[in-house]
Ligand binder design. Structure first.
Ligand SMILES: Nc1ncnc2c1ncn2[C@@H]1O[C@H](COP(=O)(O)OP(=O)(O)O)[C@@H](O)[C@H]1O
Ligand SMILES: [Mg+2]
Ligand SMILES: [Zn+2]
Length: 334
């Protein structure tokens, strides 16, 4: 058995997308996010499956490569989070720090510098549940590791660098009580309370999240029926194909591995829009009152949707789907 087979044999994630009922839109958004390496935010009332969806994301990420596995293993062995009889990490990590986590807990630190949650999530997913509950400064310090993919932990004893390339996934309620737009409960939050609640998420962090998706209450009929969705292996195959297109696209670019990492000059080169798509995007930005930051995000995500479609050029349908993933740029309660 060669190493590739050894890794394939370990693709036995305990939690599979087959178990998720309904939520077709959210499932699709998750697939797009994973396919392009985009960070993702779930917005929805309690109990609709946000945590359930997030926990299954590692199972559709492309298979771990040996260099990735070795790097992740090093981090986990320094941190002491490797299983007693585990020589090599073979599954992508899923880390879910509590909202009371400190800067040091998140980034790493201590008298003998130890890796933090961002590094323990290297190669996998960092999940921030109840995003508005996190301390604002903690969310702000996330910006540097998200941008650099490496974090430096300096203490009197030593200075160490730990890699931290992870997918950021976050979840939040739509309003303080949780039930805005939920037909099962009435929401009594005022527009001002909702605005304040959303403003708790720092702009710099929100800037790094390409995809927002609403996760509404599932209809009773859907919950009562047996699950009918695809399993993780099927989704992973499409993700892997879309990633292969990106690997080829960026084979000459240093530091860019996937669509989410494109800089402005890459966007000009790889996200050329035809007249109809341009018109559509212009309309979205002006009519839907999108912020300027939405523009680049939409282009990147449209590129990923085209890749999932195995399409050379971005088309109108790719742009229009990408526009749907900008919920928080819209003032939809006004
Ligand atoms: N779409 C769904 N399909 C199947 N089970 C679900 C779904 N949504 C919620 N559940 C069930 O409800 C529980 C709570 O869901 P959870 O993911 O914790 O909700 P949230 O994070 O949105 O509050 C899950 O563990 C699961 O048993
Ligand atoms: Mg939850
Ligand atoms: Zn409310």
């Amino acid at each position: 058995m060669d190493l590739d087979q050894a890794f394939a044999a370990h693709l036995d994630y305990e939690e599979d997308f087959a178990e998720v009922k309904g939520q077709e839109q959210a499932r699709r958004a998750v697939e797009v996010a994973v396919a392009g390496g985009h960070n993702l935010l779930f917005i929805g009332p309690p109990g609709t499956g946000k945590t359930m969806l997030a926990r299954r994301i590692p199972s559709i990420l492309p298979q771990l490569t040996l260099p990735e596995a070795l790097e992740a293993t090093k981090i986990h062995s320094v941190a002491g989070t490797l299983g007693a009889h585990q020589a090599l990490l073979t599954r992508r990590p899923f880390r879910t720090p509590h909202h009371t986590v400190s800067d040091a807990g998140l980034l790493g630190g201590g008298a003998h510098p130890a890796p933090g949650e961002v590094s323990l999530a290297h190669g996998g997913v960092l999940f921030l549940d109840e995003l508005p509950e996190f301390h604002r400064n903690v969310l702000e310090v996330l910006r540097q590791p998200l941008e650099d993919g490496v974090v430096t932990v300096a203490r009197a004893a030593a200075t160490l660098s730990f890699p931290c390339r992870f997918m950021l996934v976050a979840a939040m309620n739509p309003c303080p009580c949780g039930y805005l737009n939920d037909r099962r409960h009435e929401c009594r939050c005022t527009p001002l309370q909702i605005q304040r609640y959303r403003n708790k998420i720092s702009g710099p962090l929100l800037d790094r999240i390409d995809i927002h998706v609403e996760v509404p209450a599932v209809r009773y009929q859907e919950l009562a029926a047996p699950p009918a969705g695809e399993n993780s292996a099927v989704i992973r195959a499409r993700v892997t194909a879309a990633r292969a297109r990106q690997t080829q696209r960026f084979s000459h670019a240093r530091k860019v591995h996937c669509n989410a990492e494109m800089r402005s000059r890459d966007l000009h080169r790889h996200c050329v829009l035809d007249a109809a798509s341009q018109q559509l995007l212009k309309m979205a930005i002006t009519e839907l009152n999108f912020s300027a930051r939405a523009y680049d995000r939409i282009l990147k995500v449209a590129r990923t949707i085209a890749d999932l479609d195995d399409a050379e050029n971005i088309g109108e349908q790719h742009v229009s789907e990408a526009i749907q993933y900008r919920t928080l740029d819209r003032q939809f309660w006004a």
